[in-house]
Design a protein around this ligand. Structure first.
Ligand SMILES: Cc1cc2nc3c(=O)[nH]c(=O)nc-3n(C[C@H](O)[C@H](O)[C@H](O)COP(=O)(O)O)c2cc1C
Length: 527
């Protein structure tokens, strides 16, 4: 059994047995930047990219018959990056987080993005490795979110190295997005817990891309298993400093004849990013879980590997509750992403959530797939959703399992769940009882690790992150408030939902509801 099992157990129990270093206090004055800084690198501004109104949230989140053979171009890549990780506005609304007082200060400004991120730290680095079929001189570029620009790190065609690192995965292309996580960007605050959060961040970003692209007939299918050590060498990354979590091959708008994936053995990025923090700390647990999940990075699971780790259908004695059909208003993916935000304490249950709103959100979350190299068509879903219903029109309060194939709720624990939810939440920024419903994604983490090895931890958490991003996008399209949180006692949820035998691990809580009318806010859009 690898270290990931131990890490998963420590994460589950951390509400009762704090993880080391338990008395850690972040040095906020010496915090890192929210993006990598490459002084002196040439920047290429990305073009404007319109987004059609008919690329709707329904197409991105609910339709499973969308064509996906479209090809990326520079405007499409630019639009997808802007709508996912680019800065789109400034957060100035009054909410219940402890950082509220800092928000009006420009140096501590919080910028909004289409994708959610644990702690709002946005630690994912996006590299674009492009060969000759792309529009720029072939090379390696870093996407700089504050500039919405590509910064050249290396000139020359190294796309063949990425293709080789992927093994036989993906269609023939010479364009790749590589997703890394510079751990310090998150670990300065969350230390040992960091890996758990950042691996979800990767999934959240991938899911924004998948929804955005699917609504436009494009395909985003990440590889999570690849030669990570070789790509880290190519990108000039120090060992343990940055993990590489995903590679997304992009079908590019050009002729296949142009694809020349000639190898460039030994080529590597020499430019180094400049760290802002004077002191960068090393956390042993983080190093160990990074190494454990990086160790067998090329052992891609076989096509049937994830069959045994799928959850069994719910077995409940009572009659299931049939939900109304899922239905989104006619909202484009870009519009939903631009209005997405966390509610942070603004829930107000005076107006209940409708059964259709809950049903639509559940269907969108349950339909979420990473589409990774470990999940070929026909792989059973690995996640199961539970819903704690506080205030939903026509649905009796209680805890339910959601069954997506029949679109029904199965009662697990009767009674209003408000006091359970609030008792088991660690922070003070939400009153969970005022949410209409709290949706909880679970995965059989241990079974996944047994099936595919330690790297499966990244798959589990990316799946949860992807569900979180579907959740936010769905809520925004429905005009509802939303918030997701890791700060809850996982063990109490296992007990309340009776999950000890099935091994399902409740990994996130996702709050859905109406907000107080007319909250104090200041509109500050920058795109
Ligand atoms: C994996 C993940 C974990 C999160 N955990 C929490 C949490 O424990 N508590 C909380 O209030 N928000 C949590 N959030 C929400 C983020 O704080 C939020 O997305 C970020 O601050 C950006 O703010 P925005 O969503 O309003 O754009 C989480 C988000 C993600 C993606």
């Amino acid at each position: 059994m690898g270290y990931a099992h131990e890490y998963a157990t420590a994460i589950m129990h951390r509400g009762r047995i704090p993880m080391e270093p338990a008395d850690f206090v972040p040095d906020w004055a010496d915090r890192p930047r929210k993006a990598k800084y490459y002084p002196g690198a040439n920047s290429f501004p990305l073009p404007d990219a319109p987004y059609p109104a008919d690329a709707t949230v329904t197409a991105g989140l609910l339709a499973d018959d969308m064509p996906s053979a479209g090809r990326f171009s520079l405007p499409l890549l630019s639009g997808m990056l802007l709508d996912s990780y680019g800065l789109t506005g400034r957060r100035l609304g009054v909410q219940a987080n402890t950082d509220l007082g800092a928000l009006p200060h420009y140096t501590q400004a919080n910028w909004s993005r289409g994708t959610a991120s644990g702690g709002g730290l946005y630690p994912v680095s996006i590299y674009w490795v492009s060969g000759p079929s792309g529009p720029l001189t072939p090379g390696v570029h870093y996407y700089s979110p504050p500039r919405h620009a590509m910064q050249r790190l290396l000139a020359g065609n190294v796309s063949g190295e990425v293709a080789a690192a992927l093994g036989s995965y993906g269609a023939a292309t010479d364009q790749f997005l590589v997703l890394g996580v510079k751990y310090w960007q998150n670990a300065f605050k969350y230390n040992s817990f960091s890996f758990h959060a950042v691996s979800m961040d990767v999934g959240a970003l991938l899911q924004t891309w998948r929804v955005w692209a699917r609504a436009r007939g494009l395909r985003v299918a990440p590889a999570l298993w690849f030669d990570e050590a070789e790509l880290a060498r190519l990108l000039g990354l120090g060992e343990d400093e940055e993990g590489l979590f995903a590679v997304v091959p992009l079908l590019w708008d050009g002729t296949e004849a142009e694809i020349t994936s000639a190898g460039a053995p030994g080529a590597a990025v020499r430019r180094r990013d400049q760290e802002r923090s004077r002191t960068v700390l090393d956390f042993e647990t983080l190093r160990r879980i990074h190494r454990a999940t990086a160790e067998s990075a090329t052992d891609r699971p076989g096509p049937e590997a994830l069959r045994p780790s799928a959850p069994a259908p719910p077995a409940t004695a009572t009659d299931p509750f049939a939900l109304p059909p899922a239905e989104f208003p006619d909202v484009s993916v870009r519009t939903a992403l631009r209005s997405r935000r966390s509610s942070f304490g603004r829930f107000d249950a005076t107006v209940p959530v409708t059964a259709t709103q809950l049903a639509t959100t559940l269907a969108a979350c349950a339909g979420t797939r990473l589409g990774s190299d470990a999940e070929p068509a026909g792989t059973p879903r690995q996640a199961r959703l539970y819903a704690f219903v506080n205030h939903v029109d026509g649905v009796t309060p209680g805890a339910y399992a959601y069954e997506p194939d029949t679109h029904t709720l199965h009662l697990v624990a009767p009674g209003a769940p408000g006091s359970f939810l609030q008792r088991n939440y660690f922070l003070s920024n939400y009153n969970l009882e005022q949410a209409g419903a709290v949706i909880v994604p679970t995965l059989r983490t241990t079974a996944v690790l047994d099936a595919v090895g330690d790297r499966g931890y990244r798959l589990v958490n990316a799946t949860v992150g992807a569900i979180a991003q579907s959740f936010y996008t769905a809520a925004a399209a429905l005009g509802l408030g939303a918030g997701v949180a890791l700060g809850f006692d996982n063990i109490s949820y296992i007990e309340e939902l009776g999950l000890a035998d099935s091994g399902e691990a409740p990994l996130l809580i996702m709050l859905l509801g109406n907000e107080r009318p007319c909250p104090a806010d200041f509109r500050s859009e920058i795109v």
